[in-house]
Design a protein around this ligand. Structure first.
Ligand SMILES: [Zn+2]
Length: 342
């Protein structure tokens, strides 16, 4: 078929094909395990789709449109463009936690961060109630959120990107920093084990390490930060950690919400009440989480295990296990995987 016909289809059928495209993207995110990746991960699963017959450029040089022999089309990342993209080269350091030296006045007034698109999706790094929030905490600026979990919990990359830092850092313990194509950086602190190296390209959902309490942490928790050009902002503006949902596909970050010294000051007293817990609330929250953590039980999948067998063993139901692990009764149980049973 001629290229012009494909173009015609691509223009006329964006809605129908777009829906299919999303399904493919989600499948891709689960199937591709890029480590150790030496190159940007190409957003294609070989052998699963009709052969590509043509590629078209889009208005974004980092995204291409691939036309297939079965008349479908799909957006894919342009791996060559990612390799030369300035965002992955400028202010790039594997030894400095924050290599940016951007003056506050040089930041744009508004920064639109495209968080997901049809070629790249999102995964919650770890879903739970936020234990300690972003902001002033006992007189010091807390630059991220703390998400408590049992030691050894897999930590997942929130978005596609490239590992910029993977080493010990003072205050963070073992720290992984991933830079994303939109300029955003995500920080994952206190890890007990780091499964990625500087330079690795990761997909959202890839396990980048295991949770722990390295550094100054009191108990196992993920310290998660979002920064733009070194300026930390509250990750809860973009992620609802309790539901695991991304709040919006694109987030407009206003410069006025970033403090010149990266110290966020709420606009009003009322806002502060909402954002920060009192010492008393924080203690109560600490106790609640400690109780919850003590009650958690995990099971490591062995050969021959079935969900109903596991449910019976721990006196629970298949439904409960599915809910706790965000899986379905049909999910394949990989041997060695640890699932929460209580
Ligand atoms: Zn923290």
């Amino acid at each position: 078929m001629k290229r012009s016909l494909f173009l015609f289809l691509a223009i006329l059928l964006p809605l129908a094909a777009g829906a299919q495209d999303t399904t493919m993207t989600m499948k891709r995110a689960r199937l591709l395990v890029p480590r150790p990746a030496l190159e940007p991960v190409k957003s294609l699963i070989p052998g699963q789709q009709a052969p590509a017959v043509d590629t078209l450029e889009t208005s974004d040089p980092r995204v291409m449109m691939v036309l297939r022999s079965d008349n479908t089309w799909q957006y894919v990342k342009n791996a060559d463009s990612l390799l030369t993209d300035a965002v992955f080269r400028e202010s790039w350091s594997s030894s400095v936690v924050n290599p940016y030296q951007v003056k506050y006045d040089d930041l744009p007034l508004r920064i639109t961060l495209w968080l997901v698109d049809s070629a790249s999706q999102y995964t919650c790094p770890y879903q739970t109630k936020v234990f300690s929030k972003f902001g002033i905490r006992r007189g010091r600026q807390h630059q991220g959120v703390d998400l408590p979990y049992p030691k050894g919990t897999p930590v997942r990359a929130a978005f596609d990107g490239r590992v910029r830092y993977a080493a010990r850092a003072s205050g963070y313990g073992n720290l992984v920093v991933i830079r994303h194509a939109n300029g955003l950086e995500t920080f994952y602190g206190h890890l007990s084990q780091m499964d990625v190296q500087v330079g690795d390209w990761v997909h959202n959902g890839d396990v980048i390490g295991l949770g722990g309490s390295t550094g100054r942490a009191t108990g196992p928790h993920l310290h998660f930060e979002t920064r733009y050009k070194g300026y930390a902002f509250d990750p809860q503006w973009i992620i609802d950690f309790e539901s695991g949902d991304l709040r919006q596909g694109a987030y407009v970050l206003h410069r006025r919400l970033l403090n010149p010294s990266a110290t966020y000051v709420p606009a009003s007293e009322d806002e502060e009440e909402e954002i920060y817990l009192t010492e008393e609330q924080e203690r109560a929250e600490e106790e609640r989480i400690a109780r919850e953590r003590a009650a958690m039980r995990y099971h490591t999948i062995r050969s021959g295990d079935t969900l109903s067998g596991i449910a019976l063993k721990y006196g629970t139901t298949v439904n409960n296990i599915c809910k706790l692990n965000n899986i379905t009764p049909k999910t394949t149980l990989r041997i060695g995987r640890s699932i929460r049973v209580k």
